[in-house]
Design a protein around this ligand. Structure first.
Ligand SMILES: Nc1nc2c(ncn2[C@@H]2O[C@H](COP(=O)(O)OP(=O)(O)O)[C@@H](O)[C@H]2O)c(=O)[nH]1
Ligand SMILES: [Mg+2]
Length: 200
């Protein structure tokens, strides 16, 4: 896939600021610091279009990245940031749920977890919420560079079994650090976009 002109469009703090066109949206969901913003940069071959940080942020904004006027990557706020109060965490959870519930143009949810750890309690809550919404979803076990290459397949399989014992949600490894496994993810995204993007 060749992305030619990805653009940051808006940091929305509420539904009134969401883009008004009906482009499909591919949505990144995951806890703070799991690598959502890095994922976007990796997929579009840009170093810094999506803002990343090594210290989890407190943003309660939804960032929309317009990908060649074909679709949006939507960077949701991370949940489970330990330095937030319970109340703040609940507010972020509601903010995320409200977007997922109301936004009709969502084509796919990319749910990121950390390949090194079992899903957290918050991961499970969010995963269950996504499944109950009925929206198409894939699971990415991110930071795959942090474990031995020979273990990746087994670990991905066991993480999938933990979250999705029926095995109907596609689960892939990913690494923004090494920029590997991108093709599988692009293929899956392609299948979920009505308008096909020109391929390499
Ligand atoms: N080793 C490794 N680090 C990553 C990977 N993806 C993201 N990171 C790092 O994890 C931190 C948080 O990434 P970021 O994309 O800001 O996470 P977000 O809060 O989910 O948007 C940054 O220091 C990134 O460099 C990855 O695949 N492998
Ligand atoms: Mg981020």
């Amino acid at each position: 896939m060749i992305v030619k002109n990805p653009k940051f469009e808006i940091s929305a703090v509420g539904p009134k600021q969401y883009p008004k066109n009906n482009l499909p949206e591919i949505v990144l969901v995951g806890k703070s610091n799991v690598g959502k913003s890095s994922f976007i940069n990796t997929m579009i071959n840009r170093k810094k279009l999506a803002r990343t940080s090594s210290t989890p942020g407190k943003t309660r904004q939804i960032n929309f990245y317009n990908i060649d006027d074909f679709f949006y990557f939507v960077d949701l706020p991370g949940y489970g940031y330990s330095k937030m109060s319970k109340k703040e965490q609940e507010q972020v959870g509601k903010f995320i749920e409200n977007y997922l519930l109301k936004r009709e143009q969502i084509s796919l949810i990319i749910f990121l977890i950390d390949i090194r750890h079992s899903p957290t309690a918050n991961d499970r809550l969010m995963y269950n919420y996504i499944i109950s919404s009925g929206l198409p979803c894939m699971i990415l076990a991110n930071k795959a560079d942090k474990i031995a290459v020979t273990k990746v397949t087994d670990v991905v399989n066991s993480l999938q079994k933990e979250l999705n014992p029926i095995g109907d949600i596609p689960t892939f490894p990913f690494s923004s650090e090494r920029k590997i496994y991108k093709d599988d993810v692009w293929n899956f995204i392609d299948e979920h976009l009505e308008i096909k993007h020109p391929k390499n």
